[in-house]
Ligand binder design. Structure first.
Ligand code: GAL
Length: 533
């Protein structure tokens, strides 16, 4: 079974760990390193605060602290892992090599963890996951009772961690705010929790100066990590990294772009920040008052509370209705990893786009791209203001070849997915820019018919996809998912195109001869995109 299939089987449980870099596609397949030195049981006893790996002496950037409380009793270890406000009891602790392995129990059921205190006694390396799902490493720092108590006292705290009444299901009536798939940039892949006002402005500047805005990239979205605390009236304020949200919004708007923000239907976001649970109307008003144009709404900790499709729909409906009640046009982007056939109900809760799977950015990037050939929602659900979202782009991110970038971009265009860049635009190379700012290619994804292209032929690891365009032309993508150069032949008649008058290779920018059979050599993991008229 492929890794992503396993994550799907694993369901929401894996999602809740996204902030610890383990999410559906988040597996970091690496073995737990071995060391010859056995660890004394007593060394693990105490409190351990999860800290950023790069700056281990600092505490989390504003989210809810995550910690282990471990007690040695009768030759074994008991305790809890406090994650995003919930306590997960530790079970089945066993000494294993130079460290320890244990399970986390609770809801959702967690996978196995291993831990090994470092020699200095101050830090503990922790691995979460297992060989099947992949193992993500993180770091914990030893803290005293009083230090942990002080950190928790000052930390944000959600006020509603249990089930809230659900509204009766009804169709909130989606507005056509995204007639073509939204294009833009999102902060998560580059900055994660370190996102701040300055970095968002810098990206917006580059979007203008590089020409990306004019190529169609209009949304600048601040992902997780902007949230601070609620005040006594329940109003959610940004954390210290965003001292002037209204000013930031104005800055983006003044540059002819739109701004997106991120929250969760759960009490806590995937990375441990305050979510909108029970404060939907209030948060929607806050977003509208700031001038926000798009909300990415990520299920995350809602999975600790809600179990069913009906509950999920209801929680998304609450925010969908709240956004509409503000009167401001706000594109509503559902992030629930494609669960429960979201395309069949996304519009009814007010959604304009919905993710079709886990995070592309985690784990093996080619696998994340290749996976979408077979998993990107139901094309029948796609259309204006109803987009199957294949997740943020990996173009320009280390881990893929230039050929793979082009294949990735071509597939997302053919699939009429939103195109939300995730790379650092400040350091974008001309070669990357040439991929993401090719007007003829962008026109395929932005076609006003909004048809999601589909596979029309497949031989081994090669396949041909077709997408009908508004002016009567057809976009045809020839993909080679294999690891060797492959010749792909298209017979126009066989795929119902009769005798085309003009065939243009959009990546190469040249017309090719419209003979009865068109054969082209496609490199490994490569793609050719044709416009056939
Ligand atoms: C994940 C989500 C990512 C990112 C992250 C933030 O669940 O899929 O795109 O938003 O949470 O914590």
């Amino acid at each position: 079974m492929a890794l992503c299939d396993m994550f799907e089987a694993f369901g929401i449980a894996a999602i809740a760990l996204a902030g610890l870099t383990l999410s559906p596609a988040a597996a970091i397949a690496q073995p737990v390193p071995a060391s010859a030195n056995p660890v004394a049981l007593a060394e693990v006893s105490g409190n351990w605060l999860v800290v950023p790996r790069r700056t281990p002496d600092s505490i989390a950037i504003g989210g809810i602290p995550r910690s282990f409380r471990l007690t040695v009793e009768g030759g074994s270890v008991t305790g809890t892992f406090r994650f995003n406000g919930w306590d997960y009891p530790i079970a089945n602790w066993v000494a294993r090599g130079d460290g320890f392995a244990f399970d986390l129990t609770g809801k959702p059921p967690f996978v196995q963890m291993r831990a090994r205190p470092r020699a200095d006694g101050r830090f503990m390396d922790v691995w979460i996951g297992d060989e099947m799902l992949g193992i993500a490493p993180f770091l914990a720092r030893r803290v005293s009772d009083s230090e942990l108590a002080a950190i928790e006292r000052d930390a944000p705290r959600p006020d509603t961690m249990s089930k809230l009444p659900l509204p009766a299901p009804h169709d909130v009536g989606v507005r056509n705010l995204a007639p073509v798939p939204p294009m833009g940039w999102n902060s998560w892949n580059v900055f994660r929790e370190a996102v701040d006002d300055r970095s968002v402005r810098a990206m917006a500047d580059v979007m203008v100066s590089s020409g990306l805005r004019d190529a169609g990239y209009r949304y600048v979205t601040i992902d997780d990590g902007w949230q601070g605390q609620r005040d006594a009236a329940g109003i959610l304020h940004p954390n210290s990294k965003f001292p002037d949200m209204r000013g930031l919004v104005d800055y983006i708007h003044a540059r002819g772009m739109k701004i997106g923000i991120y929250s969760s239907p759960g009490p806590v976001t995937c990375s441990g920040y305050i979510g909108s649970h029970g404060h939907e109307a209030q948060d929607a008003k806050t977003f509208a008052a700031w001038g926000i144009d798009l909300l990415k709404y990520d299920w995350c900790s809602a999975s600790n509370i809600y179990d069913t499709k009906v509950e999920m729909q209801a929680r998304y409906q609450v925010m969908g209705a709240a956004l509409q009640a503000t009167g401001r046009p706000i594109v509503y982007s559902l992030c629930q990893y494609g669960l429960y056939d979201v395309g069949s109900w996304g519009n009814a809760v007010g959604g304009h786009m919905w993710r079709t799977g886990g995070d592309s950015i985690e784990g093996d990037l080619w696998h994340a791209v290749d996976y979408r050939f077979d998993h990107n929602g139901n094309a029948a659900h796609a259309g204006p203001s109803a987009w199957n979202d294949a997740d943020m782009m990996l173009v320009g991110i280390d881990g893929l070849t230039p050929e793979e970038y082009r294949t990735h971009y071509t597939l997302w265009m053919m699939a009429a997915s939103p195109i939300i860049l995730g790379n650092d635009l400040r350091t974008m190379t001309p070669a990357v820019k040439a991929i993401v700012a090719n007007p003829a290619v962008i026109a395929v994804g932005q076609d006003r018919l909004g048809i999601q292209g589909q596979r029309v032929a497949q031989i081994g690891t090669t396949e041909v996809w077709s997408k009908q365009l508004a002016d009567g032309a057809t976009a045809l993508a020839l993909f080679n998912r294999g690891t060797a150069l492959a010749a792909i032949t298209v017979n126009w008649r066989a795929i119902g195109l009769r005798a085309p008058k003009r065939v243009r290779d959009l990546w190469r920018g040249v017309d090719v001869a419209p003979a009865a059979d068109y054969t082209v050599e496609v490199p490994r993991h490569g793609a050719v995109l044709l416009r056939v008229s």
